[in-house]
Design a protein around this ligand. Structure first.
Ligand SMILES: Cc1ncc(C[n+]2csc(CCOP(=O)(O)OP(=O)(O)O)c2C)c(N)n1
Ligand SMILES: [Mg+2]
Length: 410
């Protein structure tokens, strides 16, 4: 008898059922050591299959990575809390603006703030991120001007890209944020290529590639890992595993691999898997990875284990494919709440100060938002320079465009 069959990966629960994460294997905090900077793929087995966690369930920092992060000082934690709170306020306000018709599109990173915020603070000027659309937190923690970030969402004259990109597809060379492409995965190979070019100049700059769990199914993901393995350029390759690719459960892209990090070991690359909702773990591992990469030990892959708490984008309704309350049931909690609890446990923060910061942040973000909206929104557009449509593509304008511009009268 023919015994062959196909398997179709299913999430643990669907709408109407209770969220169920009971089958997730979540090791206790503090169990993994800090590896040497020259960690190789062989030595990385436990790091790729375990989970680096610093904060335990009570919000206390435990284990060898806690000692590592303590050396970085408390200021980076307080800064991290501010960065994440700012990011969340931006997400709330801009989704709201989309609902009011002021922009055609927005996409939140709610629940994933620690990853971009924590990583960016460990980079140096001149390093380059190759992000996806869900890493606006990198810009926020790079202190990117808020009016430029919001102008891009409104495609008005405050937009440094002058409306040439879909809202959320930022681009800023000066802030280490490579232009986002709508085609998933392309940025991963570009990160490796950019790092190769920089290795040739020995300028000490490093690249950071970013990809979602779903997009690891792309050819570009696999090409990037192979090129990184072959040429050993200075690149940190980040996989943000937030359990979903729009409505597709992460099990489809992971197949029978236990973790995405372990897949990288198949390419001969060292890889670590980290609790992405634990700001201390993110900061510590980012610092370690950046230092290692800059020191010339070659590429490293990091799987950030997290949960996409919001909809995929403003155009998505997750209640049609996952249970209500799944984000709240995520066993690794919310990154802002967890860092807050930790800082309060250590008596360097309080509920009052937190509430005050939250209010201040929302106020600051709303003030900038209102001023940027004066320059035009989707429902109340302000004309921009027509001549500018002819600029920004060619270094020298070709004859046929010059003629078209003249015909158009400017
Ligand atoms: C090459 C390509 N295929 C498909 C799409 C459509 N698409 C946009 S986002 C997305 C899901 C990506 O999920 P994941 O990589 O997990 O990132 P996340 O949205 O969870 O951050 C898909 C399939 C696309 N933009 N490009
Ligand atoms: Mg995803």
């Amino acid at each position: 008898m023919n015994q062959s069959k196909l398997t179709f990966s299913q999430p643990p629960a669907r709408p109407g059922q209770s969220p169920d994460f009971s089958l997730l294997d979540i090791p206790a905090a503090g169990t993994l050591p800090v590896p040497p900077l020259d960690l190789d793929a062989q030595g990385a087995r436990d790091f790729a299959n375990g989970l680096i966690r610093v904060l335990d369930d009570e919000g206390n920092a435990v284990g060898p990575w806690a000692d590592y992060v303590a050396k970085l000082g408390d200021d980076i934690l307080l800064q991290g809390l501010r960065d994440m709170q700012k990011m969340r306020a931006i997400d709330v306000r801009l989704l709201n603006a989309q609902r009011q018709g002021k922009t055609s599109f927005y996409l939140q990173c709610t629940g994933e703030e620690a990853i971009g915020c924590g990583f960016q603070r460990q980079l140096a000027s001149g390093d380059m991120n190759f992000p996806t659309y869900r890493q606006q937190s990198l810009l926020v923690a790079a202190d990117y001007p808020l009016d430029a970030l919001m102008g891009q969402i409104y495609s008005n004259s405050k937009d440094p890209l002058e409306g040439r990109q879909l809202p959320i597809m930022h681009s800023s060379r000066d802030y280490g944020f490579f232009s986002i492409s709508g085609n998933l995965g392309t940025q991963f190979v570009q990160a490796v290529g950019w790092a190769m070019a920089n290795a040739l100049t020995s300028n000490g700059q490093i690249a950071a590639g970013w990809i979602g769990d779903g997009a690891t199914a792309s050819n570009d993901f696999n090409s990037a890992l192979l090129s990184a393995s072959t040429y050993q350029p200075p690149v940190v390759l980040n996989i943000v595993n937030n359990q979903w690719a729009i409505s597709t459960y992460t099990g489809v892209a992971s197949g029978k691999s236990k973790t995405y990090a372990d897949r990288a070991r198949g390419y001969g690359l060292p890889a670590l898997r980290v609790d992405g909702n634990d700001y201390l773990a993110v900061a510590a591992v980012s610092r370690w990875a950046v230092e290692r990469t800059r020191a010339g030990h070659g590429p490293v892959v990091i799987e950030w284990f997290t949960y996409r708490a919001a909809a995929h984008s403003a155009a998505d309704d997750p209640s049609s494919y996952r249970p209500k309350g799944e984000a709240r049931a995520w066993p690794l909690g919310d990154p802002i709440d967890r860092l807050k609890t930790h800082l309060i446990n250590r008596a360097i923060w309080s509920e009052e100060r937190h509430a005050q910061m939250e209010a201040e942040m929302l106020d600051d973000v709303t003030t900038v938002q209102k001023s940027v909206e004066q320059f035009g929104t989707f429902i109340a557009p302000k004309p921009m320079s027509k001549a500018a449509t002819f600029e920004g593509v060619y270094a020298e304008m070709p004859e046929h465009l010059r003629r078209q511009r003249q015909d158009a009268g400017f």
